[in-house]
Design a protein around this ligand. Structure first.
Ligand SMILES: Cc1ncc(COP(=O)(O)O)c(C=O)c1O
Length: 396
């Protein structure tokens, strides 16, 4: 099977050659002064992508899940009450992780396909006059359903209620692909990972930590060792790491940041929007529907597509992989077998996305799903052809 086919899972994403080459480094001493010279600009670059001036960028050798744990364990105490919407598998998992840490989670259950309901956050915060809620958690981009939730209205609800809780946002599948404004949205901890918009292998949790979260760490009582952000920040301040850093990934991140800044963050976001719009047009042409309840909340990094009654979506993704060597995302949780997902984030061009849509059509035709070959591709082609901009640097 060729390893040249792009992946269409919503992360890990395709790794550009430039990034792969940048990671081919010989071992070097992470206690030598030149480590700081490599590392400091990487942290600055991550801050720029996060949209923070006052916050710190923190990298742990972990995945996004480790980032969730770091956010919670550093800022909260056993029994603390937190508030979170559950509208898909990833928000459900963060809730589960909070519970395993002994937190008391007030869950706002939303339909899988709906956004995290800002009005319900507002109501819960308004009624919490005693300010027992210590943190508000939101998944910016629910990768299981392909739904984006706006963070600004949730921050506005907190401000309107005069509520002092911390705001934690999971931006694992949105950061570096969709606009993210840590300072403007008043996010206290942002959690992401290396393997999506940053176009790297999995292996680093990438966090933004604001001043209010830093202050909370002084009194928080949940145990933390490996994920102690204070240890990390004090080592980082002198150009070091509290333990052995994932050097190859840090070199890769330096390169991926360079690629993102060369293309320009606004252009990166616009590219993701265009690619996503093409995919959505294809889904429409196939006569299928999005899991996202409304077009305006559909994610620009992943599209979750409901298959018709009687069709097994997992058989479709299995077949696409076996017959054509192309991976799409499976449906997760209650969507298993009922939906499949097309990931369209990271290093991707119009042409690459068209190849994924063409493959999905072939696989659907093979399984007798009644999709006309070329229908979705043509719809996306028309969109890409008529909205074409400059050639895409990030996919080089
Ligand atoms: C929105 C979201 N949050 C968290 C995670 C968990 O991240 P990881 O698999 O890197 O631990 C993922 C993974 O896909 C995700 O999409």
């Amino acid at each position: 099977m060729s390893d040249q086919n792009p992946v269409f899972i919503p992360g890990p994403t395709n790794i550009p050659d430039r990034v792969r080459r940048a990671m081919l480094v010989q071992t070097s001493d992470h206690r030598a002064p030149d480590f700081a010279a490599t590392f400091a600009p990487v942290l600055d670059g991550v801050k720029r992508v996060l949209g923070t001036a006052g916050g710190d960028a923190v990298l742990f050798p972990a995945s996004g899940t480790g980032g969730w744990e770091a956010a919670v364990a550093n800022t909260l105490s056993p029994g603390d009450r937190v508030l979170m919407a559950r509208n898909g598998m990833f928000s459900a998992r963060w809730i589960d992780l909070c519970r395993r840490h002994g937190l008391d989670v007030e869950v706002i259950d939303c339909a899988w396909g709906a956004e995290a309901a800002a009005d319900r956050y507002a109501a819960a915060l308004e009624s919490d006059r005693a300010h027992t809620i210590k943190a508000v958690l939101v998944t910016h981009n629910e990768t299981a359903t392909g739904v984006r939730s706006d963070i600004a209205p949730i921050r506005a609800a907190m401000d309107a209620a005069g509520h002092p809780a911390l705001l934690f946002v999971d931006c694992v599948s949105s950061l570096a692909s969709m606009p993210f404004e840590m300072d403007r949205w008043g996010v206290d901890v942002a959690v992401s990972g290396s393997q999506k918009g940053f176009m790297l292998p999995a292996g680093m949790a990438i966090l933004g930590v604001g001043p209010k979260a830093r202050a909370a760490m002084e009194t928080a009582r949940l145990p933390r060792g490996f994920f102690d952000i204070r240890d990390m920040m004090s080592a980082n301040a002198t150009g070091g790491f509290p333990y052995t850093p994932p050097l190859a990934l840090i070199h890769g991140l330096r390169e991926s940041l360079e690629m993102l800044f060369e293309e320009g963050l606004d252009a990166v976001y616009a590219r993701h929007r265009r690619l996503a719009d093409g995919v959505r047009r294809a889904v429409d042409a196939w006569g299928l529907r999005l899991i996202a309840e409304r077009p305006e909340i559909a994610s620009d990094t992943v599209t979750a597509i409901a298959v018709s009654e009687g069709v097994d979506a997992t058989a479709l993704t299995d077949h696409a992989y076996a017959a054509y060597g192309v991976s799409f995302g499976v449906g997760l949780g209650p969507l298993a077998g009922r939906a499949f997902r097309i990931g369209h984030l990271g290093s991707l061009t119009d042409v690459m996305v068209l190849s994924g849509l063409a493959t999905a059509e072939m696989a659907m035709a093979d399984l007798g799903m009644g999709v006309e070959l070329g229908s979705g591709v043509a719809a996306a082609q028309e969109h890409y052809r008529t909205t074409r901009t400059a050639p895409v640097a990030a996919a080089a």
